[in-house]
Design a protein around this ligand. Structure first.
Ligand SMILES: Cc1cc2nc3c(=O)[nH]c(=O)nc-3n(C[C@H](O)[C@H](O)[C@H](O)COP(=O)(O)OP(=O)(O)OC[C@H]3O[C@@H](n4cnc5c(N)ncnc54)[C@H](O)[C@@H]3O)c2cc1C
Length: 383
């Protein structure tokens, strides 16, 4: 039976509906189906990632010739939503697919052949754009790569590189040429995590320490590490960020559903004043509003995915930014509202809601903050 939060979305083919059911069955079988009250659970299990790789699901959107399943973007959105809703501990999956999407579009055949099959099998890739002084204003990055014989020597420090500690390779965005226009002269280099001179430093956060500083101290890589074209890094990054934003949006819908379902189950069974707290009008309206919020986010994210599939790529910054803004704010709002709905038990680590809040709070920040999404949307309005 479909959950209320799963009722609204685009029309699915029989295969897509069966895929969603298969994912739900798999996660229900493989994961503890009860909400996890563990306040710092393991976030990425390599064994589970490999099993999903064996099923052909982990590398869903990676082309078949490179070991993936060649699925559509809508397939991916459906999978990510179910993954987040099930709290499946494969958190490095999404960033791996973000890097894979950049490789797929801009990498050479040899680069794809070298990197994508391992990713599709359950491996991990990471992306290092942000620096200590450069977050939203990403074109100001300082990490420098200079030509070194046939290759490159990279020096600088990156910040917030998620899952770098699990990744086989890190896609480093760096400055290869100093140009008057700071958007020019950026390039992408694929660096093995094991490279000499590369050092990681985990950053403790409200959601654990799964994002890292990456220090590159004269790291040398061969010329074949350049992904796409020298000096075209900005354009490539912008195209990659559109994918990233939709990927985060799909995860946010799943996370909002999880908060909603756990919160709803709680208010149905908790009694005060001799009746279920869910029967109080304030709770009834709260959950009605939350369902409406999730339905809107879900429909928009799926609609955007269909449009992207129809267009076979192409610019979709406005759709990606709307999806990210709406869905990540929905996830944050749902988690905070469900915590309030649960009273003191929402705040207690014995229940998972406080963790859902911590996990949801970062969603309107990474991948470009909500303010930046609004700036991007406003730019398309010729104000
Ligand atoms: C857990 C986590 C994981 C991350 N993973 C990665 C990763 O894997 N790879 C990676 O490269 N980066 C990653 N990031 C970095 C993330 O993308 C940045 O944190 C984000 O883009 C914001 O940059 P900042 O933190 O430097 O904030 P700042 O850019 O300093 O912004 C601070 C505040 O100012 C506002 N602001 C800034 N500029 C404007 C403007 N022009 N108009 C209006 N408001 C503005 C912002 O919205 C924000 O509220 C991650 C971050 C976190 C917290």
């Amino acid at each position: 039976m479909r959950e209320a939060t799963q009722r609204y979305g685009v029309d699915l083919s029989d295969e897509q509906a069966a895929f969603v059911d298969a994912l739900r069955d798999f996660f229900a079988r493989e994961l503890d189906p009860s909400p996890r009250g563990d306040s710092e659970p393991e976030m990425h299990l390599e064994g589970l990632a490999k099993r999903l790789g064996d099923l052909g699901w982990y590398g869903l959107t990676i082309p078949e010739e490179y070991g993936g399943s060649g699925g559509s973007f809508l397939d991916l959105v459906l999978m990510l939503e179910e993954t987040a809703r099930a709290e499946a501990p494969i958190k490095a999956h999404s960033v791996t697919l973000i890097v894979a999407s950049i490789l797929r579009r801009f990498g050479s055949h040899d680069q794809k052949y070298a990197l994508l099959p391992a990713a599709a099998a359950g491996g991990a890739l990471a992306i290092a754009m942000s620096e200590a002084d450069t977050g939203s204003d990403i074109a100001s990055i300082k990490t420098r790569a200079i030509e070194d014989g046939d290759g490159w020597m990279i020096t600088g420090s990156k910040m917030w590189c998620s899952w770098a500690h699990k990744a086989d390779h890190i896609l480093v965005v760096c400055r290869t040429d100093v140009e008057e226009d700071r958007h020019a002269g950026l390039s992408m280099l694929m660096v093995p995590r094991s490279a000499e001179g590369l050092r990681l430093n985990p950053i403790p956060t409200m959601g654990g320490a799964n994002t890292c500083e990456v220090h590159l101290d004269g790291v040398t890589v061969p010329g074949s590490s350049l992904i796409g074209r020298r000096g075209e890094g900005w354009k490539q990054l912008m195209a990659g960020l559109d994918y990233e934003r939709l990927i985060i949006a799909a995860l946010a819908v799943g996370q909002a559903r999880r908060s909603f379902e756990v919160g709803l189950a709680y208010v149905k069974q908790r009694e005060q004043y001799g009746r279920s707290i869910g029967s109080f009008q304030v709770q009834r309206h709260r959950f009605a509003d939350l369902l409406a919020t999730i339905a809107q986010a879900r429909v928009f994210v799926q609609w955007a995915a269909v449009r992207i599939d129809e267009r076979n790529g192409g610019p979709f910054s406005q759709e990606a930014s709307i999806a990210k803004l709406v869905a990540t704010e929905a996830a944050k709002h749902c988690a905070l509202e469900c915590l309030q709905a649960m009273g003191g038990y929402g705040y207690a680590s014995e229940y998972p809601m406080e963790r859902y809040v911590r996990e949801a709070l970062v969603m309107p920040i990474y991948g470009g903050t909500s303010e930046i999404q609004r700036n991007i949307i406003a730019r398309t309005l010729d104000l």
